[in-house]
Ligand binder design. Sequence first.
Ligand SMILES: *[C@@H]1O[C@H](CO)[C@@H](O)[C@H](O)[C@H]1NC(C)=O
Ligand SMILES: *[C@@H]1O[C@H](CO)[C@@H](O)[C@H](O)[C@H]1NC(C)=O
Ligand SMILES: *[C@@H]1O[C@H](CO)[C@@H](O)[C@H](O)[C@H]1NC(C)=O
Ligand SMILES: *[C@@H]1O[C@H](CO)[C@@H](O)[C@H](O)[C@H]1NC(C)=O
Ligand SMILES: *[C@@H]1O[C@H](CO)[C@@H](O)[C@H](O)[C@H]1NC(C)=O
Ligand SMILES: *[C@@H]1O[C@H](CO)[C@@H](O)[C@H](O)[C@H]1NC(C)=O
Ligand SMILES: *[C@@H]1O[C@H](CO)[C@@H](O)[C@H](O)[C@H]1NC(C)=O
Ligand SMILES: *[C@@H]1O[C@H](CO)[C@@H](O)[C@H](O)[C@H]1NC(C)=O
Ligand SMILES: *[C@@H]1O[C@H](CO)[C@@H](O)[C@H](O)[C@H]1NC(C)=O
Ligand SMILES: *[C@@H]1O[C@H](CO)[C@@H](O)[C@H](O)[C@H]1NC(C)=O
Length: 562
Amino acid sequence: MLVATITVFALLRVQGALAQASKTTNIPRWCGKPYKSGSPNINPGGQLTQPQPSPNPLLYVQIEPRHSIYVSSEESATFIVDAALSDYYGSPYSNSTQVLGSSTPEPFSDLYFSILAESIDQVLVTNSVRINTTNNLFDFNIAQLTPQFDPYDIVLYGASSDGNQTYSTATKLFYLPDKQPGSITKIDNLNGNLLYRNNATNNTFVPFFAFGFYTSWGGYLEPSLENLKAYYDLGYSAVHPIPSFSDNLTTVLDYMDELNLMFQYDMRGTYTNLTSVKEQVNLVKDYSSLLAWYTADEPDGNQDPLNATTLAYETIGQIDKYHPVGLVLNCQNYHFEEYSAGADYLMEDAYPIGINATWSKWGTLCNATYGDCGCDNCLGELQDVSNRIDDIAEYQEWLGQWSKPIWAVPQSFYGEGYWDRNPTAEETWVMNQLALNHGAKSIMLWAFPTVDELATANSQQSKVLTKSPVLEFVTGGQPTRLSVKAFESLDVSYWIVGQQALVSIVNLEYADASSAIKIVLPFPASSIVSSPWGNVPWELSEKTLNVQTLDALVTSLVILHL
Ligand SMILES: *[C@@H]1O[C@H](CO)[C@@H](O)[C@H](O)[C@H]1NC(C)=O
Ligand SMILES: *[C@@H]1O[C@H](CO)[C@@H](O)[C@H](O)[C@H]1NC(C)=O
Ligand SMILES: *[C@@H]1O[C@H](CO)[C@@H](O)[C@H](O)[C@H]1NC(C)=O
Ligand SMILES: *[C@@H]1O[C@H](CO)[C@@H](O)[C@H](O)[C@H]1NC(C)=O
Ligand SMILES: *[C@@H]1O[C@H](CO)[C@@H](O)[C@H](O)[C@H]1NC(C)=O
Ligand SMILES: *[C@@H]1O[C@H](CO)[C@@H](O)[C@H](O)[C@H]1NC(C)=O
Ligand SMILES: *[C@@H]1O[C@H](CO)[C@@H](O)[C@H](O)[C@H]1NC(C)=O
Ligand SMILES: *[C@@H]1O[C@H](CO)[C@@H](O)[C@H](O)[C@H]1NC(C)=O
Ligand SMILES: *[C@@H]1O[C@H](CO)[C@@H](O)[C@H](O)[C@H]1NC(C)=O
Ligand SMILES: *[C@@H]1O[C@H](CO)[C@@H](O)[C@H](O)[C@H]1NC(C)=O
């Protein structure tokens, strides 16, 4: 009797839980958050948090091929080896080591290692790195390997000089048979930039910064090739057609080949149908203007299945490993690990202009677990763009991952009840250059056609960022952030390549600066070479860039000789 009672009681509880579950799964959500007036408040979960730090620093040894893929026409390749002291990842590390034949311990300051291709037991590199250093480069002759479609499993075995402390780590190396016809696109895992090769580059890899727009298919590209030509003539380096497409897709892609206008091929809406993904990849993979694949559009915002991006990624890779795969994340922090797993580079689309960041069109407030104000956990400020890029970089650190490049999708539209107005030309320049300062490796705005003012403003910036001399800096290194004392609303970064530095200055204030500006540089500079963007009359004295005033929302690029 008692048993039966318990069983019935348990059954009722299970039914109750099921009813509760179906009730909560039917609630409309965005980024997992209920957002409609009257919906219960339910923490969506899926937030990534900072890992618990280890009481003692760990030695985190990592290895990554410099390039995401190599092809058989290349003979030289490079590994990047990190031996970082980390609070989160790695193996225990004791800073002393015993030298053979000596009774006094010495500092464990160098890690001795070998890098092997496991399956063939072939040593590719034997060398050492200083402890607490990253981005150590080791060239090797990749032509000693046989080109193949499967990756080589690479293992690094490292140890202290006494052999007492050992460390190992693994990665995959792609050495693919050369590809003809069409393009090949790589990611440089050191600087995060793209490199591509096709008939228009004479089949040599060239560094590339994609700057362009998500572009309407039915409303722009499809009706006439003249529209694509007009877009191309504005000086954009890339284009992202928005599906769904029609039968004359190949006519338009053929024309992109002719123009050498690199495109990102979008499979939103179909990327969870792997049969469709296969068909599309087979149709498009040999275009010489194919830059990259794009699968999910805001999978986190839509709460797509958590494995969907990875399944599409694997499907694409089985057919075409010659182009990287990207996607855009919409939420600030919702199942980042799962959704980002299915991509080689990550895009963000925080749209802060003209939003009400605290009260939504759905009649609710917006906070970390509730509501949809159009820009997840945003403040409605220009810095929402750079904050989102910083977040994505931080999550990758928390996961202990090799950083995937981040691209920005800045706002160039208004409407939908969330966005009151378009950005101004100055705001568009600020958002783009902020993205650059925080490490964005390409810019694809939403969306084209846009108002003439923004089509022109972005065209001007594209012509500068995607070409020499700026291109060599933004693809030749990572930006270093510079905080300017007494001018906290200046966002400044610099890149050093060879004997020159590019300094990028953004004024986040909507008002002119009233006093003279001084930017103290952390490196010696001898002269100003040029100012490829903006009209700020900088003067250089000693290690300081000086100017009497700065306009509201000013953007400036200046190249210095070291
Ligand atoms: C290294 O290992 C040997 C044998 O395990 C041990 O005797 C020695 O004390 C160790 N040296 C140090 C510095 O830990
Ligand atoms: C090794 O660690 C000890 C204890 O933390 C510290 O006192 C010493 O300075 C360190 N030595 C080196 C060479 O880093
Ligand atoms: C490791 O490097 C960082 C950054 O260069 C430095 O601040 C830190 O003191 C170093 N740690 C050790 C134990 O040498
Ligand atoms: C590259 O090949 C494509 C496709 O065959 C062709 O349309 C294009 O004109 C070629 N470009 C150059 C620069 O040869
Ligand atoms: C293209 O590459 C070939 C082979 O490397 C070279 O002989 C030729 O001069 C190059 N042409 C151009 C236009 O760069
Ligand atoms: C696409 O097809 C439509 C209908 O056949 C035609 O009007 C249009 O010109 C085509 N577009 C292009 C770019 O060929
Ligand atoms: C998946 O794509 C294939 C190929 O395009 C199509 O035939 C099929 O109807 C699609 N399935 C679904 C469920 O949409
Ligand atoms: C992907 O996840 C869904 C649940 O969201 C599950 O039904 C499906 O079996 C998974 N597919 C694979 C191949 O793991
Ligand atoms: C957001 O909307 C609320 C409610 O209508 C209003 O009180 C508030 O002033 C608005 N904030 C902004 C920045 O527009
Ligand atoms: C968000 O707002 C909801 C609805 O007012 C409230 O129940 C919830 O506690 C808030 N969450 C946070 C994290 O403040």
